[in-house]
Ligand binder design. Structure first.
Ligand code: CMC
Length: 429
């Protein structure tokens, strides 16, 4: 892409130079913050297609080349060699931890996995069939009331909130799964591997303990790594904008969970699996379904396809497909759906509609299939995305607080409503 070396804007015959802010890699930015003051104009950019709202040193994406890096490390290397908590440390603190620092984080998180009885009562107050994303958002907000010494902006308070959020979100999600099935809650052991413990308290039968299959543990750890951050996506931008009002980290992340629940964002993993089932039930062939998507008449989208930033194969999607292949081979089950999904992908990738629009499978296309094969019910898929995204939200909240350029998020608008008119009393309307 051509490097912009000079930018000028001519408004009403007056030329103004616009400053260019340099990125270390990727798109540089055109500074427009004084435009309104200087020209009376605002910029219009619905959906923030072209607007950088902040600087960030956390995650880099090159959407054309299919590159994703956390703090400079390629996602493929982290997926292969790291663990979720190590990746969390990296995202939040900027560097890979030493062995001591990693062990300290793991121990601290595992020690805090129990949840207060008040939180259990809170979870029990919702209907058993409540969508877990709604309850999760409420539970994260409610956590703030139990830990008042983790609400401030000092390093110690933020560090405590970080540990509590990583630890208790896992337990809340595992409990939501048990509750939906009418099962009693199991106490975390306060030791052991984080992912093991999450699966143990989510899946152990009423009597006896689940022995976590190492392949499944590794697969889930990998899925959490792949979801851990994705720069300024909808939920992360929500976290940053809520946090910019100096609302506490729990309030900001609770709002982010609301954003993630939508089917165009994290909810797409559940929606994709539903779509596969609907295709099977409808008796349509995969080709017929693709024709409906292209026709747009029924408003159908190919869920798990397309991305605002990736205009090539989502590197996370490629990793998920690889691991799905391995896990489904080992576990059996869902193979028929997996074959259908692969067929759907193949047809879409060779179809002009998808080629022209650069629509490729994203991270959500195969994750639902994989979660389902691992035994997670469909409503738990998006909470699993939330568990994975937690380090990213925390890292962005902390980066936002520490950035001297942060101002309360407050976009402008282009007003298109009525100009002034006089109030009409009720009896005259
Ligand atoms: N199926 C069919 N057509 C699509 C799809 C799709 N999945 N995605 C985009 N298009 C079409 C869209 O209709 C439009 O066509 P046209 O130019 O004829 O009007 C064109 O492609 C551009 O789409 P857009 O909606 O303007 O693109 P966007 O950047 O605003 O939306 C998106 C990105 C992810 C919301 C969208 O691709 C989508 O709805 N995908 C399905 C939902 C999904 O899988 N979401 C998960 C995203 S990855 C995980 C995450 O970060 O949350």
């Amino acid at each position: 892409m051509a490097q912009v070396v000079d930018a000028r804007l001519i408004v009403d015959g007056t030329t103004r130079e616009l400053p260019i802010e340099r990125a270390t890699i990727g798109n540089d930015g055109l500074g427009i913050s004084t435009l309104l003051r200087d020209t009376g104009l605002v910029t219009m950019d619905p959906g923030f297609m072209n607007t950088a709202a902040c600087e960030s040193a956390i995650t880099y994406i090159d959407g054309d080349a299919g590159i994703l890096r956390y703090r400079g490390y390629p996602i493929e290397q982290l997926a292969e060699q790291s663990t979720f908590l190590e990746t969390a440390y990296l995202l939040i603190h900027g560097e890979l931890p030493s062995e001591d620092l990693l062990t300290a984080l793991e121990n601290r998180v595992e020690r805090h996995m129990h949840v207060h009885d008040g939180i259990k009562a809170f979870l029990n107050a919702f209907p058993r069939d409540a969508h877990p994303m709604a309850v999760l958002s409420g539970a994260i907000s409610a956590l703030s009331t139990f830990y008042p010494d983790s609400l401030g902006t000092s390093e110690d308070e933020l560090e405590l909130a970080t540990v509590l959020l990583l630890a208790k979100t896992a337990t809340v999600i595992a409990y939501l799964q048990r509750r939906a099935k009418g099962e009693d809650l199991i106490e975390p052991r306060r030791e052991g591997n984080y992912v093991d413990e999450f699966m143990r308290i989510g899946f152990s039968p009423a009597s006896g303990e689940l022995h976590v299959d190492p392949t499944l543990r590794k697969a889930l750890d990998l899925l959490l790594i792949l979801h851990a951050d994705h720069e300024q996506n909808c939920s992360t931008s929500t976290v940053r904008i809520v946090g910019s009002s100096q609302a506490n980290i729990y309030a900001a992340i609770s709002a982010g969970i609301g954003a993630l629940s939508g089917p165009l964002h994290g909810g797409a993993n559940e929606a994709a699996l539903k779509m596969f089932d609907q295709i099977k039930e409808s008796g349509d062939t995969v080709e017929q379904f693709v024709a409906k998507v292209k026709d747009k008449a029924e408003g159908a989208r190919l869920m798990g396809f397309g991305h605002r930033v990736y205009k090539s194969y989502d590197p996370r999607g490629a990793q998920v497909k690889k691991v799905a292949d391995k896990v489904l081979q080992q576990l059996g089950g869902n193979n028929e759906t997996f074959e259908m999904a692969k067929q759907l992908e193949e047809i879409a990738l060779s179809d002009e509609y998808f080629i022209e629009r650069k629509l490729y499978p994203n991270v959500d296309f195969y994750t639902g299939l994989l979660y389902s094969a691992m035994g997670f019910p469909a409503p738990m898929f998006t909470p699993l995305f939330a568990l994975g995204r937690m380090p990213g939200w925390i890292a962005h909240y902390r980066e936002m607080l520490n950035d001297p350029r942060t101002k309360i998020g407050r976009p402008r608008q282009l007003y298109t409503g009525q100009t002034e008119r006089a109030y009409v009393p009720l009896d005259q309307r």
